[in-house]
Design a protein around this ligand. Structure first.
Ligand code: GDP
Ligand code: GDP
Length: 434
């Protein structure tokens, strides 16, 4: 899966305005590794049923013209390396600008589909002004748009999405497990231990993306695919954008997997970047386990693990159902259990509760604590069933679905988790009119 749209152009032409329009929810992931000051934004969107990732190349380093030229080059090149389609944005209000030509020169060297978005074409006059940009000499169609109102963006996206691949049907039914985490937490070591231990690694699956290794394992008679996002950093000679690549890779790996093993360093604890990754995995409704590695480096008393667990659960908030496992990859401690746990979570995600059992068990819980009445009206949940969705979703049929509030939804979710094993997977409840 590599539907990636890079939005490039000089400052103030309207890149972030368009980006915000394209993505479902802004997911700003800041570059905070290696002292990179500029930020890039990544977001997930969908057009004509095709999922894609948009990159807003954002700001850049200010400086002399030379530095500036270099900054543009870097900004564009970094984004373009990953992109499947390039959206080069210019401004009909200010018209052709010297920097536009600089961007055009860089883009010309790249062999990818390019579209020229002539933004701020708010009215007819400015739409005509868009023709001026033909003089950039790019062999790219020009679309006058107004990012601020959305005018013209639909036609543009129809064209852009032609280059995107369709949502991939599941290649096979093998559980797909990915290993994610910040650099140096121990991801490669983990994979190496597995490889050392398991003689039955089958192959590197053909046709996988060049920057993640999918390895097929057979463990205790279970077949699964492991996506290792670690090795790439070493292969990449581009030292300044570790963060960029690791984020892109993480997004892709999350999307393509069923269960994400998020690995952290016990000495560092759960960072906001880890929370970003976990949040993304949850948003994509994936199974998650948290692997606290380098546990050997922690000085322990009898309750260290419990305290650690509690503090992490607090930070996880509504994601505290994520199972936590303490490992030392170095000492080969709980390495296999981690995989078993991931496979358990995989099973949990597929779990289908029979309707009769669901009504019997959750029906009792509702009886003992019914939804509170609203303005003298009794709310009656008559019936419930699990929907045939990819992740566990339960529909509750009732007389006033709109009156069931958040705390009661949480009550039901907790009861579902209590009676059925959904550890590590998102559980959703929805309310429908009977
Ligand atoms: P970026 O630096 O390229 O990301 O540009 P921004 O998205 O921050 O936009 C720069 C300015 O242009 C903001 O004040 C926007 O409100 C404005 N802008 C963006 N799109 C349009 C548009 O379609 N029409 C007009 N008139 N202004 C726009
Ligand atoms: P990656 O960047 O996430 O792939 O991390 P690596 O696997 O390269 O590990 C980074 C460093 O941490 C290496 O020096 C490993 O030897 C070390 N390391 C990995 N796992 C453990 C562990 O469980 N305990 C200790 N003490 N060190 C570890």
């Amino acid at each position: 899966m590599s539907n990636i749209l890079a939005i490039v152009g000089r400052p103030n032409v309207g890149k972030s305005t368009l980006f915000n329009r394209l993505v479902e929810r802004r997911q700003a992931i800041m570059d905070n590794e290696s002292g990179v000051t500029r930020d890039r934004h990544y977001g997930h969107g969908e057009w004509n049923g095709k999922p894609f990732t948009a990159i807003d190349t954002g700001g850049y380093v200010e400086g002399s013209d030379d530095i500036f030229e270099e900054a543009i080059r870097r900004q564009v090149k970094e984004a373009l390396k990953e992109a499947s389609v390039i959206l080069f944005m210019v401004d009909c209000d200010t018209g052709l600008h010297g920097l536009d030509q600089n961007f055009a020169n860089v883009i010309r060297e790249i062999d990818k589909p390019v579209y020229l978005a002539a933004n701020k074409a708010d009215n007819r006059e400015r739409m005509l002004a868009a023709n001026e940009f033909y003089s950039l000499g790019l062999n790219a169609p020009i679309f006058p748009i107004a990012a601020i109102s959305g005018s013209g963006t639909g036609d543009l996206l129809d064209e852009v999405a032609n280059h995107f691949k369709d949502r991939e049907p599941d290649q096979n039914d093998l559980p797909k497990i990915s290993i994610l985490g910040r650099p140096n937490v121990g991801k490669s070591s983990f994979v190496n231990v597995l490889i050392g231990k398991e003689r039955s690694i089958v192959t590197n699956v053909a046709g996988t993306t060049r920057d993640a290794t999918d390895t097929r394992y057979n463990l205790y008679g279970k077949d699964f695919l492991l996506t290792d996002t670690a090795g790439i950093r070493r292969k990449s000679k581009v030292h300044e954008n570790i963060e960029f690549y690791s984020v892109m890779r993480a997004i892709r790996a999350i999307r393509d997997s069923d269960v994400c093993i998020v690995m952290i360093d016990a000495q560092i604890g759960l960072t906001s970047q880890d929370m970003n990754i976990i949040g993304l995995a949850d948003k994509h409704k994936k199974g998650i386990i948290l692997m606290v590695n380098k546990w050997d480096l922690i000085e322990k008393s009898s309750h260290t693990a419990n305290e650690f667990r509690e503090s992490i659960e607090n930070k996880l908030g509504h994601l505290s159902h994520v199972p936590i496992i303490f490992t030392s990859v170095m000492n080969k401690q709980r390495v296999m259990q981690t995989l078993e746990l991931a496979l358990n979570v995989y099973e949990n995600r597929l779990r289908k509760v029979p309707t009769s059992k669901l009504n019997e068990i959750i029906g009792k819980e509702i009886e003992s604590y019914p939804p509170p009445a609203v303005r003298g009206r009794y709310i009656k949940i008559k019936y419930m069933t699990q929907l045939p969705t990819q992740t566990p979703t339960f529909a509750f049929f009732c007389n006033f679905p709109q009156h069931i509030k958040e705390p009661y939804q949480r009550y039901l979710t907790n009861k579902l988790r209590k009676h059925f094993d959904f550890k590590g997977v998102p559980v959703k409840v929805v309310f429908r009119k009977k």
